[in-house]
Design a protein around this ligand. Structure first.
Ligand SMILES: Cc1cc2nc3c(=O)[nH]c(=O)nc-3n(C[C@H](O)[C@H](O)[C@H](O)COP(=O)(O)OP(=O)(O)OC[C@H]3O[C@@H](n4cnc5c(N)ncnc54)[C@H](O)[C@@H]3O)c2cc1C
Length: 535
């Protein structure tokens, strides 16, 4: 419910509004604009430096279209993901990612050359990539609203027609009336201080659910990344070269980056510090690794540690759905959400379609962001074309489930840090979120439900502080969809681990769709069978 007395800011009209300016949002904006749509993009931070990709570097699922290579690529994570991925979606994403990466080369992205002098297109440096994407967005004629978090979607009886938010630097509000809206707000890392995740609080999930959209795979939301204890850099790719030790130098048996993170977690949980050393990296590769991910090495350089030869203490930091796979449920090939006029892309949308319940490190998420962004941009532009003039000439209402008010509310300013801490206390501990059981999930849900009731009733102001209170609400809502889904999945599959159901159960090979705000509902949805032999 929106208070119409909110402080006057800017009002714009567009065919397509994109909320979020990471890889998914920028690809959506460019594609929609190239399809002829008038596009506005609103970002919570600064489009080009905000979000998970911008400060890091991403491996990308870029696979040559040769049949054998493609078959291997599809098989590589299928079992790890609990056989929930769908072949048709993997094919579409592999095709579109291949196309988009080649386009990036034409647009001037400086891919390094391999030994045959060919561009090596398997990864992207975040800062260069996102700087280029911002340039391309502007070149496509898109209007960018930086430092402009969306607080709520707008809708009438025909569906979603834009959004409204605050401009945190100008100190006023924005409203964009648009025929179609793409949510590309990234995932939810619960303000764990993981690299690039300070803006990723699940806002898009909450706004979509408030419009009646469903979510999928929210049980696959407990990605924890390895990082040195003295830094927030969660680039985990290089830990494939790590050995893990106790303080006395003895090996931590079974610990590893891809399959042994639980062993690290168990030790940390029992108060035994685990150390890493990248001693499995071949000597001749080490200088290249330094060039490949310079920011990985910064904290070590600052601390005077050579990570190839010296042990350093590690911790596991929650990245939630950012490197998990759950998100807004997608109902067709245009990344539509099922709510007319509303589309979702990137980490805001479920990635189960291409990697099931486990991403297993990089590449798939980056590929999904650029391809789903393009699909959603095309779909939203086509929808806007269909609506024509009717798209923006509508009597729209705000959909926020928390009361939004023009008055300063001391409550939101005072309570927000405590609300955020209360959610974090339920989702950070390994023994609740990583090693799950019915008793612990129910305990957390009881506390989260109470918190949700309080948040739901407390007025939130149209201001920077109000935006933070909405973040707290989005995190609480996300945790409730996560744990309700985790409770319903009575087995261990993908990254979802139940101590009381430690085995995978073939009878539960379905997706879990969650929805609702005060009452969270869960329903199973069948998964398409692979065309070939299961791998
Ligand atoms: C350290 C790290 C390393 C990674 N490495 C890899 C890798 O090697 N390979 C791989 O495939 N994936 C990797 N990932 C995951 C990958 O970065 C993400 O999948 C990708 O960034 C998703 O793009 P996105 O556009 O959906 O979200 P993001 O890049 O997170 O962008 C979301 C944007 O939405 C904005 N936003 C949020 N809320 C609002 C709001 N309310 N209103 C307006 N704007 C909002 C944010 O400011 C942000 O700009 C990594 C992630 C991390 C954290």
């Amino acid at each position: 419910m929106t208070d119409s007395q909110k402080s006057q800011g800017i009002t714009l009209e567009a065919d397509v509004l994109v909320i979020g300016g990471g890889p998914a949002g920028t690809w959506a904006a460019i594609t929609a604009a190239q399809s002829g749509a008038k596009v506005v993009l609103a970002d919570k931070g600064f489009c080009g430096t905000s979000g998970a990709t911008a400060p890091s570097g991403t491996d990308v699922w870029y696979v040559h279209p040769e049949a054998q290579l493609r078959a291997e690529a599809k098989a590589s994570r299928y079992s790890l993901g609990g056989r929930l991925a769908e072949e048709a979606w993997m094919d579409r994403v592999l095709d579109r990612t291949y196309e988009n990466m080649n386009r990036l080369s034409e647009y001037g992205y400086p891919f390094p050359l391999d030994e045959k002098g060919q561009p090596h297109r398997h990864g992207l440096q975040g800062p260069e990539y996102m700087k280029l994407m911002r340039k391309l967005v502007l070149r496509a004629g898109v209007k960018i609203l930086d430092h402009s978090p969306a607080l709520e979607l707008l809708a009438d009886q025909h569906g979603v027609g834009g959004a409204a938010g605050v401009r945190t630097q100008a100190g006023d509000t924005w409203t964009v009336k648009a025929a179609a809206t793409v949510i590309a707000t990234g995932g939810c890392a619960f303000l764990s201080k993981a690299l690039g995740c300070n803006v990723l609080t699940g806002d898009g999930y909450l706004m979509a659910a408030e419009a009646g959209a469903e979510l999928s795979g929210m049980e696959f939301s407990n990605a924890y990344a390895i990082s040195p204890t003295f830094s927030t850099v969660t680039k985990t790719a290089y830990y494939r070269y790590a050995s893990f030790y106790y303080e006395d130098g003895s090996v931590v048996e079974g610990a590893g980056s891809q399959r042994g993170r639980s062993v690290i977690a168990r030790n940390l949980q029992q108060g035994r510090q685990v150390y890493a050393r990248l001693d499995q990296a071949p000597k001749d590769l080490r200088p290249l690794l330094r060039i490949g991910q310079t920011n990985f090495f910064l904290p070590f350089d600052r601390a005077g540690i050579d990570p190839f030869t010296q042990m350093f203490p590690v911790k596991l930091r929650l990245e939630g759905t950012v490197r998990g796979t759950g998100g807004i449920h997608i109902v067709d090939e245009t990344c539509a959400t099922g709510v007319p006029g509303l589309y979702a892309a990137g980490d805001a949308a479920t990635r189960e379609l291409i990697c099931g319940g486990f991403t297993g490190g990089g590449s798939h998420n980056a590929a999904w962001a650029m391809s789903s962004g393009s699909f959603a941009g095309e779909g939203a532009a086509a929808y806007a074309r269909k609506l024509g003039e009717r798209g923006v000439k509508r009597n729209l209402k705000g959909l926020s489930s928390t009361p939004l008010t023009a008055r300063p509310t001391p409550e939101t300013r005072e309570y927000t840090p405590a609300w955020i801490r209360a959610v974090q206390e339920e989702v950070f501990p390994y023994d609740r979120n990583l090693f799950r059981s019915e008793a612990k999930l129910k305990g957390s849900l009881g506390r989260l439900d109470d918190l949700w009731t309080e948040l739901r009733l407390t007025p939130v102001e149209w201001s920077r502080e109000g935006a933070a209170a909405r973040e707290a609400a989005a995190m609480a809502a996300t945790a409730r969809w996560m744990y309700r889904s985790a409770l319903a999945r009575k087995e261990t599959r993908g990254m979802h681990k139940r101590e009381d159901y430690p085995q995978l159960d073939d009878g539960q090979r379905y997706r879990l769709i969650s929805s609702g705000l005060d009452d969270v509902r869960i329903r199973p949805q069948p998964v398409a069978e692979p065309a070939g032999e299961p791998v």
